[in-house]
Design a protein. Structure first.
Length: 427
């Protein structure tokens, strides 16, 4: 091989693996834009959770769900979610609110249930032509103080609720043992048919679970029946599920969960799990764990990603809370690598390109003035607290980012940003 060819080859490799995705346009959804349909109140926390839910109404444009878990419909902080039907330019076509008081959700919640804390798109689980989503009420007190709970909602095409199934220690045949302040429902992920029984399964976080010590956190794998009740479960924590990790006080393992597909090509899906108060490198800098899974819901192996591990090579600031949210991105640049979006609470999120062993190959960082994003953020907007992907039918990719602390139109009414990605630049 000639020196000239070798140099050219190295240059080409660097181009392939040193690419960044710019933000072409951004669109903000807040009190100003939803006002024709609904009024937000102070401390509603609109944008605390965000999720792309596919084309619910069949108009050719994918729609999104947004949580406002401190909404006071029916009582203080009972919570709500909003189904936003979008136009192709990300403007709002119409909105349907789901709360105790409207949207066909005929459930009596308690004050401070925090319904809308997290949302997960499940798809059409039972092939009836209707879409299911999972919504948590992580402060649900029905079975005990802050035990937590989740709902699986079947949605009509207009965004109202066709039916619902609650899962907590009382309902849905869930036999797991929850305790005070476990907050079961910190996040929820569709993990496909993990055990091969023909039914979709889910993972549910309980970030304050006390296995191994106070507030270490846990993830519950729920193997579902066709009626969305629980057939069996497997807990993953410091003392269960073969996790083999020494979690520490208030790591909050399980605060975010994402199905990242079969990363290591062993024909079993793998998970990314956030522990946003992990102290690697400094106070509450945060971390994400890659869990290589077995089909019985136990863990085969792990890889930690933090300032100190996983080849991340990024100096994080204290209290950044890396791992507060996670979402799987499609292979944006076509390099064949899995791309994981990781949100932080301090107005940042990252896109990580992962190797098959769960380490980081490369990453891009997004915030005000970074990679083409020129949105105006304030210090306590908490942009990045929630993240999700919305892919249009013509394959345009947008990242949905929640900023529940946004106070532009009232104290912590909240907002959501839709960032459409543009060209891929080689750097």
């Amino acid at each position: 091989m000639s020196n000239k060819f070798f140099i050219l080859f190295i240059f080409a490799v660097n181009l392939i693996y040193s690419q960044q995705y710019t933000v072409a346009t951004h669109h903000k959804i807040s009190e100003e834009t939803i006002n024709p349909y609904y009024n937000l109140n102070n401390e509603d926390w609109f944008g605390h959770s965000v999720e792309g839910i596919g084309d619910l109404n069949g108009d050719g444009v994918n729609d999104i769900a947004i949580g406002a878990n401190q909404d006071d419909a029916g009582g203080e902080n009972k919570g709500a979610i909003y189904i936003l039907f979008l136009n192709e330019d990300s403007s709002i076509q119409s909105i349907q609110k789901i709360s105790e008081e409207e949207g066909g959700f005929n459930v009596n919640m308690m004050e401070w249930d925090y319904f809308g804390r997290s949302i997960s798109y499940l798809g059409d689980l039972n092939n009836d032509g209707l879409i299911e989503i999972a919504v948590s009420a992580e402060y649900d007190n029905e079975a005990g103080h802050r035990f937590g709970g989740i709902y699986i909602l079947t949605l009509n095409p207009n965004g109202t609720v066709f039916s619902s199934q609650k899962i907590n220690q009382i309902h849905g045949n869930f036999q797991g043992e929850l305790e005070v302040w476990d907050v079961f429902g910190s996040d929820i992920a569709n993990i496909g048919d993990l055990n091969g029984d023909g039914n979709i399964d889910i993972a549910v976080g309980a970030r304050r679970d006390g296995d191994g010590g106070q507030q270490r956190g846990a993830v519950w794998i729920l193997f579902l029946n066709s009626d969305f009740t629980v057939n069996s479960h497997q807990k993953i924590s410091a003392t269960n599920g073969n996790l083999n990790l020494e979690l520490e006080f208030q790591d909050y393992f399980g605060s975010s969960i994402t199905n990242i597909g079969d990363l290591n090509n062993d024909e079993v899906i793998d998970l990314a799990v956030g522990a946003y108060r992990d102290d690697d490198g400094g106070l509450n800098k945060g971390a994400v764990y890659i869990l290589f899974m077995n089909t019985d819901g136990t863990v085969a192996a792990t890889q930690k990603i933090s300032e100190l591990e996983g080849n991340f090579n990024e100096m994080l600031t204290e209290e950044l809370r890396f791992g507060k949210s996670t979402s799987l991105a499609p292979d944006i640049n076509g390099d064949g690598k899995t791309e994981l979006i990781v949100g932080c609470i301090n107005n940042l999120f990252y896109i990580l390109n992962l190797n098959q062993d769960g380490t980081v190959d490369s990453f891009q960082k997004y915030g005000q003035g970074l990679n083409g994003f020129e949105g105006n953020l304030n210090e306590e907007d908490y942009f990045g607290h929630s993240v999700s992907i919305n892919k249009s039918l013509n394959d345009k990719i947008s990242i949905i980012v929640g900023a529940f602390g946004d106070s532009e139109f009232g104290f912590q009414k909240g907002s959501v940003w839709i960032l459409q990605l543009g060209e891929i630049l080689s750097v």
